[in-house]
Design a protein around this ligand. Structure first.
Ligand code: AMP
Ligand code: ZN
Length: 508
């Protein structure tokens, strides 16, 4: 039976833990790209959050830069869950459509890859989706609530385009449909998210060709008439063709989260034109902007330049894990790579270098070692430090726009405290120890998403062996050779060798 003391202690640490969790729900602030400011977070429906994040275009293996964005949103998702929200997290898979390249042209990347690899479009997407799903598990990312595909929502996209035409914000030319930015700008503000002015855009795109069909340079495709070389084609009221890129996110976000939802996220490079055009499509069809908070994760760079397939300066996530890239002098575990990512705030640029990963590995091991030490600390009625304050600092860091680097600094302070208690042979109160253990486990594993090392068979055996060797020692002290021999022979039969030396007894 549990003693009353133990029950009270458990109750107290649980109470404190829930208190902090509750406070975190009230104190969360998020940087909203729409206002360019940190804002107090207030969900549209109490206790529930709808979050949409633009997912990958699966025409090739995602590189480490792509993974950084998804890992950052995994951190955000994890913290919202730990704060006690019920979150519906939708992240799409782009498996159709024409992406606008940096020259403003519509490019069918999936079709291009399919022709190169002599496969069908969906074969290409499936091939890279298997790799992407594996990577998610490797990097300990929680699966989203739904991962809808563009090809599974063509009808929804067509219906939204029809509404936009009906509302007078789109026109049809030669089997294609374009969004009419000028007509839209008379009633709404095009550029509300990116701050782009239409006149400035004109400067940027003046030299471009392939603008012929459009009435205005800033208009963008909602539906593209099929080309003879297109590998995927759908029927539509405007003839056979393909959806434009931006429309899929409008269709899937509103289908699963409603016309107005809490958070829309993606990489910083999607802010314009993708997200700007999503807002225009939503306002132009449903009359309202999709999300209350827009969040943009910053880029993973290589020598100051954005990692990108087209620049050729990319490395693949598994190349660092298996050590097959010359950029790093040794392999690093997914835990270390993820921890390195967590040490840069999601809105900051980040460079991933060999030296940084070596330092991260040392730091991470130190933190985990300190956490293992927790269970061996001595307890008494008093703690030398205010543990509640320490735990509050973990929440405060994450409440400040998901500031994981500050959280990690606070976790290192806690590790220092743990090591000092141990080295000084000092004590910590039992309920504080329970609170600190629970909080550190929560923040390191549940929030930062570190994977707990699998317990080895030897780890489990270790306390049992301590006991058996103690009994053997007792028998030897009592000159009870029969028992001590029985133990040694029994262990040998189980494949365990016991070795006595001046330093003590060891086993293997
Ligand atoms: P894509 O598959 O090209 O549509 O990109 C998928 C996601 O990765 C998008 O949210 C991009 O913003 C993001 N992304 C692309 N390159 C990088 C990079 N170098 N660093 C961080 N995120 C990136
Ligand atoms: Zn999108």
């Amino acid at each position: 039976m549990k003693s009353e003391g133990l029950i009270l202690r458990k109750y107290k640490s649980l109470y404190l833990f829930n208190k902090h969790r509750l406070m975190s729900k009230q104190n969360l602030s998020i940087y909203n790209s729409l206002s360019g400011q940190k804002e107090a977070f207030q969900p549209i429906y109490e206790g529930r959050i709808g979050m949409y994040v633009c997912g990958p275009t699966l025409y090739s293996e995602p590189h480490m830069g792509n993974m950084r964005t998804f890992i950052n949103f995994d951190l955000i998702y994890r913290y919202l869950l730990v704060a006690g929200y019920k979150v519906k997290y939708v992240r799409n898979i782009t498996d159709a459509g024409h992406i606008t390249n940096s020259a403003g042209e519509a490019v069918d990347s999936i079709g291009k890859a399919a022709r190169q690899e002599q496969m069908q479009s969906l074969e290409i997407v499936y091939k890279y989706n298997v790799i992407f799903q594996d990577l998610q598990r490797t990097y300990n990312m929680l699966p989203p609530s739904i991962e809808p595909t563009a090809t599974g929502h063509i009808q929804e996209q067509i219906e939204i385009i029809e509404k936009i035409i009906e509302n007078g914000f789109a026109y049809t030319v030669n089997g294609s449909v374009y969004f009419d930015v000028k007509a839209y700008s008379e009633k709404h503000q095009y550029g509300i998210l990116s701050g782009r002015k239409i006149d400035e855009l004109a400067e940027e795109t003046r030299e471009l060709n392939a603008q012929d069909e459009k009435r205005f340079f800033a208009d963008f495709a909602l539906w593209k008439k099929a080309n003879p070389e297109d590998m995927q084609i759908w029927r539509s009221p405007w003839g056979d063709g393909n959806p434009g890129w931006h429309i899929e996110c409008t269709a899937m976000s509103t289908k699963y989260l409603g016309n107005h939802f809490d958070i829309h996220g993606g990489g910083m490079d999607l802010k314009f034109p993708h997200h700007e055009d999503e807002i225009a499509q939503n306002c132009g069809s449903l009359g309202c902007s999709p999300a209350k908070y827009w969040m943009h994760a910053n880029m993973l760079n290589v020598n100051g330049q954005k990692m990108s397939k087209s620049f050729g300066n990319y490395f693949l996530p598994m190349e660092i894990v298996n050590g097959s890239t010359d950029l790093f002098e040794k392999p690093f575990s997914p835990n270390v790579i993820r921890f390195a990512m967590m040490q840069a705030h999601y809105r900051s640029n980040m460079d991933m270098t060999n030296d940084a990963l070596i330092a991260t590995e040392k730091g991470y091991n130190r933190l985990i070692e300190a956490m293992k030490t927790l269970s061996s600390l001595k307890t008494s009625n008093e703690s030398s430090q205010n543990i509640e304050e320490m735990v509050e600092s973990f929440y405060a860091a994450m409440n400040d726009d998901f500031n994981a680097p500050i959280l990690i600094a606070n976790l290192f302070d806690a590790a220092k405290f743990i090591n000092t208690v141990k080295d000084d042979n000092a004590t910590i109160s039992a309920s504080d120890l329970e609170l600190l253990t629970k909080a550190m486990n929560t923040f390191v594993f549940d929030v930062l998403g570190m994977k707990a090392e699998a317990e080895s068979a030897n780890d489990r055996l270790s306390p049992v062996m301590d006991l058996v060797l103690d009994l053997r020692q007792e028998a030897r002290t009592n000159k009870d050779w029969t028992t001590s021999d029985k133990i040694r022979d029994g262990l040998a039969a189980a494949g365990i060798t016991v070795k006595d030396s001046k330093e003590g007894t060891s086993w293997n």
